[in-house]
Write a protein that binds this ligand. Structure first.
Ligand SMILES: Cc1ncc(C[n+]2csc(CCOP(=O)(O)OP(=O)(O)O)c2C)c(N)n1
Ligand SMILES: [Mg+2]
Length: 574
């Protein structure tokens, strides 16, 4: 096999990915992956985002695929470089994000014989990929080989995008020389006419909405029309495929309260209950429904999960999931509908109960009012989380880190009005890769609309290398940092009673000076000390990256959360 054959095949692979709809790829440097990297970079329809740390590149791809709702490629060299993609691949698998991982590898004769940078990359990501293929390139890029590689690229793309989306891993052993001596001439086998992919997809939604699953068991089954009891609730969890709008409309039509996670895209609905995380903590202020309709992932809220688990077998729980996924840790769902959830929702009818919805809405109003009063006007973590929903325009994207930011957003973000799109890495709930994922979201979003990341200090320190994207990729991102010098979330857990061991090994304070961090990574820096200053800072967009630091105290934060929750529950009881 000559180097020209290698490049012909890899250029055809990238051509096919672009024909299928790929727009973004992440590269990271190395020698063995040179042919893959150059083939991607030379493909004009694919924007290539360079990352020097593969872990950042992988999470950037997760963010870009989430925001762009189409598969993103990631390539890296062999050895530990490929192992650095594990966290992103795992997150993509659990969060249903389509990635195409293209790892370069040593060829067979250089494996397990002491050659450098050679590890066992076969099925490196285990069951966290939808498809693994060892792509040994044929000796000659003849017509048969070109047909094969084009078909392989389409298979990788459609496998990642369709059904339950997720990552695909192609491992490519490559032999030296890895660089062409002369530029590549016209292709031997130019692909299908009119820019069509080698293997097209027909059927509903395959082009327009590859993200929303429509295959899988029972997908084409028609939902049975059902008439439901008057007292029901709809629980909507993370969904990036537009199902939230449908869930909100259905809740209105049925007169059901809507317990909608901010990641659901449903929380704007007229029946959405913002404070369910609070109301469901107390059985005397929440009411037993006669049926529960669940859509997509389960929301993060622990009280909500505990409440669902407590309802008992006489309250049927129907789970609708675009991919028929099992989202039921407490084994209480009575039915999991694997077909099109929108059609499933349309088939539901109920007669309205005169007081059911209004009682929930009244309780929510009382709780929201009391929370707001308890928070006051000082800059606190929950106040920032809530106000971002009010201050960011509806076209903005708010990327929220794991730990307290996502929990505060779930309780304190308003409901029943236009909200920004909210995204988060909730597949595996890691704090890793958050900065990089937010940059990926910025890369695949409309540049006219702001992307804001809400993140804690430990999560930011964990992916501090992700900040390099500000200097290197020309993207715009506003980072709102809630700096309580450690993991504030752990103060809510019993381990917080463990004194010094808790402080050093669990809370992990670090004392980082984020103003200096901002200057190292070329971020403009601001430190507002009141809400008006924060609001002004958010409104200033200069095209670059900004770090807005809000300092808080972990112990005070715990006390404030407790006070606010107690005040809200008292208000609802009253
Ligand atoms: C990769 C990874 N490591 C560890 C954890 C466990 N963890 C959950 S929250 C958290 C602390 C986060 O602290 P910070 O980002 O400052 O947010 P805060 O709790 O202060 O709101 C840790 C270490 C995790 N979720 N993911
Ligand atoms: Mg913190």
């Amino acid at each position: 096999m000559t180097t020209i054959d290698t490049y012909r095949l890899l250029r055809a692979l990238c051509d096919e990915l672009a024909r299928c709809g790929m727009r973004d790829a992440c590269t990271s440097p190395g020698s063995r992956n040179t042919p893959i990297l150059l083939s991607l970079v030379r493909e004009p329809r694919i924007r290539c985002w360079s990352h020097l740390d593969e872990r950042c590149g992988g999470f950037f791809a997760v963010g870009a695929a989430k925001a762009g709702r189409r598969p993103v490629a990631v390539t890296c060299t062999s050895g530990t470089a490929a192992a650095n993609l594990v966290p992103a691949v795992v997150e993509a698998y659990w969060a249903r994000v389509p990635l195409i991982v293209l790892t370069a590898d040593r060829p067979a004769e250089l494996r397990d014989v002491g050659a450098g940078q050679a590890i066992d990359q076969l099925k490196l990501y285990g069951d966290a990929v939808k498809w693994f293929s060892e792509v040994e390139l044929p000796p000659e890029a003849d017509e048969g080989a070109m047909r094969w590689i084009r078909q392989l690229a389409c298979r990788a793309y459609w496998t990642a995008a369709e059904g339950r989306p997720g990552p695909v891993h192609l491992n490519l052993p490559l032999r030296e020389p890895l660089i062409l001596e002369h530029p590549l001439e016209a292709e031997v086998q130019p692909g299908r006419p009119d820019g069509r992919p080698w293997v097209g997809r027909s059927g509903p939604g395959s082009k327009a909405q590859p993200w929303v699953g429509r295959s899988g068991p029972g997908c084409n089954a028609r939902p049975v029309a059902r008439s439901l009891p008057a007292r029901g609730v709809i629980v909507a969890g993370r969904d990036e495929g537009g199902l939230g709008v449908h869930a909100a409309a259905t809740a209105e039509r049925l007169g059901y309260p809507l317990l909608a996670d901010p990641l659901s895209g449903a929380r704007h609905g007229a029946t959405a209950i913002a404070t369910y995380d609070l109301l469901l903590r107390e059985p005397d202020v929440s009411w037993r429904p006669d049926v529960v309709i669940r859509i997509g992932d389960l929301p993060t809220s622990k009280p909500l999960r505990a409440w669902l688990a407590s309802l008992g077998d006489d309250v049927p729980q129907l789970a609708l999931d675009p991919h028929g996924a099992w989202q039921d840790p407490d084994a209480v769902a009575s039915e999991i509908w694997g077909g099109d959830p929108a059609a499933g929702l349309d088939a539901l009818t109920a007669t309205r109960h005169p007081d059911w919805l209004s009682a929930w809405l009244r309780a929510d109003e009382a709780a929201s009012g009391a929370l707001e009063e308890a928070l006051g006007v000082g800059l606190s973590e929950p106040l920032v989380a809530g106000r971002l929903g009010d201050w960011l325009p509806a076209e903005a994207t708010l990327f929220v880190a794991a730990s307290m930011p996502i929990r505060d957003v779930e309780l304190y973000l308003a409901a029943r009005r236009p909200l920004p799109r909210v995204l988060s890495n909730r597949g595996a709930n890691g704090i890793d890769g958050t900065v990089s994922a937010a940059f990926g979201v910025a890369a695949a979003s409309d540049r006219r609309h702001p992307v804001t990341l809400l993140i804690g200090d430990v999560a930011l320190a964990h992916d501090i290398g992700g900040l390099l994207a500000a200097r290197r990729l020309g993207l715009e991102l506003t980072v709102v940092l809630l700096n309580n010098d450690g993991g504030g979330i752990f103060h809510f857990l019993p381990v917080s009673g463990e004194g010094d061991a808790f402080e050093e090994h669990v809370a992990t304070p670090h004392g980082l000076d984020f103003e200096r961090v901002a200057s190292v990574y070329d971020f403009a820096y601001e430190r507002p000390t009141d809400a008006a200053q924060l609001r002004d800072a958010l409104g200033r967009r200069g095209g670059g990256c900004r770090l807005i630091e809000v300092r808080t105290d972990r112990a005070e934060n715990l006390a404030l959360h407790r006070r606010a929750a107690a005040a809200a529950l008292a208000a609802v009881r009253a």
